[in-house]
Design a protein around this ligand. Sequence first.
Ligand code: UDP
Length: 312
Amino acid sequence: MARIVVTGGAGFLGSHLCTRLLERGDEVVCIDNLITGSIANIEALFARPGFTFVQHDVSTFIWVPGEVDAVLHFASPASPADFERIPIQILKVGSLGTHNALGLAKAKGARFFLASTSEVYGDPLVHPQPETYWGNVNPIGPRGVYDEAKRFAEAMTMAYHRHHDLDVRIVRIFNTFGPQMRPDDGRAVSNFIVQALRGQSITVYGDGGQTRSFTYVDDEIGGFLALLDGPITGPVNIGNPDEYTILQLAETVLEVTGADVPIVFEPLPVDDPTQRQPDITLARSALGWEPVTDLHTGITQTTDYFRRVLGL
Ligand code: UDP
């Protein structure tokens, strides 16, 4: 049993992570400014022993009284829709927020765990992407606010590791979906399911030939815990290597929901990566982790969730 701080703990991934940590007997201090996270995501956790919630913006100084064994830094808006809406906050939480979270871990002698991203690979020229690939990121484009903040966060984490001998872990997270996503999150999975359930057209950006590799949230969290408890620093790719075009994703959603709605094509956002697939050789060999949930099963479970929250 450990006492663990989760920044961004009321967000999509953070709330699943808090739940899994509590289930295995850890104490959790969840910190979130609720800019994109929500109390609804963690409502069920307040009744559990060992759960504390602090509403706070981690881009400003963080302090948690008492012993802390690990600081898991998950705070950041992460949807491309957020990149346009709140770019400065994203840059701040990736830079200042990471610095503060590292400072807390250092002061407590705690392990630090950084939620990084496949976005550090940008529009990748190497496919699939191994951790050794340095990426192809446009620093001044609209996605740069997220990509560069996370690249800085990785650099800062490694500097604390090398310079302060801090025990760290870095995960590179690939597209993850599942219950607790915001209906208005703006991402392909949530948009398509919500559109299908509401009888609206499915909005595919570009020609839909761009690819992503989608991981069901339960698998993703399993990978985080394996890395947290495991022997390696990383960065480690945690994602499902099954790669789909966005058009295939739209067709899967239509099949699962049974919706009879058209697919409409809209302009492709600037710098939208053309392909993305994790090379998970390292996760398999060093952590014994691999995903088990296929796209169809994951979309079915996520559709059930959206039906419930939208009352459809
Ligand atoms: N996308 C789409 N329709 C939507 C939302 C997204 O076609 O309504 C596309 C988007 O342009 C991208 C892919 O789906 O090519 C995945 O987008 P998402 O926002 O889910 O994740 P990310 O771009 O961060 O990988």
